[in-house]
Ligand binder design. Structure first.
Ligand code: 13P
Length: 205
């Protein structure tokens, strides 16, 4: 995608996420891979009020070459692109239901079982859970690389979601599906849930 078009798409989709409560304050960040580098939302910027001309521009080695200072989560995004060579965009949100789930003590099973076909179709077989790291902690790099190979969407303990897509629209759609499925998982907590069976999951992938 052309850089000018990508800038506008980041502004528009970020505003849409913000307006619907998927991000509040200055939480969350977005990056898009260009042919010669990356566009990223600046640190401490509201997803609701981005300026296309001030988005951070980074070169192919993730050096800051234009616009405002990039998100503190550069290392997290870089590790996810490394894990998923086909990814063209990454969305990180603190959307409320995923974040609530990410704060629960976990047992053996997945944090979100395959509840609906669209969850499986948009997010795959598994949404791995990443250990807790402070936002911006470069120490998360190895784990994001490893878990990112298992799934295009990750839940970050006590923090939120990280979703890669083959387009920005795809990453946003998947992040929305993850948030709504987390809401369903919380609504259903303690009830006798019938998740999709292995065969039902397999025919969706
Ligand atoms: P930035 O404002 O640096 O992008 O950080 C926001 C965030 O969501 C940290 O996880």
């Amino acid at each position: 995608m052309h850089e000018t078009e990508a800038r506008q798409q980041i502004v528009d989709l970020a505003a849409s996420l913000f307006q619907r409560g998927f991000s509040v304050g200055t939480a969350g960040n977005i990056s898009v891979r260009l042919s010669s580098g990356y566009l990223m939302t600046p640190t401490n910027s509201s997803l609701g009020r981005l300026d296309a001309d001030r988005l951070s521009l980074l070169d192919a080695d993730w050096q800051h070459v234009g616009g405002d200072r990039p998100s503190k989560e550069v290392v997290m995004h870089r590790a996810m692109y490394d894990a998923r060579p086909g990814a063209r965009a990454i969305v990180h949100l603190h959307s409320p239901h995923v974040t609530a789930l990410s704060c629960l003590r976990t047992g053996d099973g997945p944090l979100i079982p395959p509840l609906t076909p669209y969850f499986v179709m948009r997010l795959g077989r598994e949404v791995p859970l990443v250990r807790y790291y402070r936002p911006g902690d470069p120490q998360m790099e190895a784990e994001i690389r490893e878990q990112g190979r298992r799934g295009a969407a990750l839940i970050l303990s006590n923090h939120g979601s990280l979703v890669a897509g083959d387009s920005l629209e795809g990453a946003v759609n998947a992040a929305e599906e993850l948030e709504v499925t987390a809401q369903l998982a919380l609504l259903l907590e303690g009830r006798a849930v019938r998740p999709l069976s292995e065969d039902e999951v397999a025919e969706l992938l």
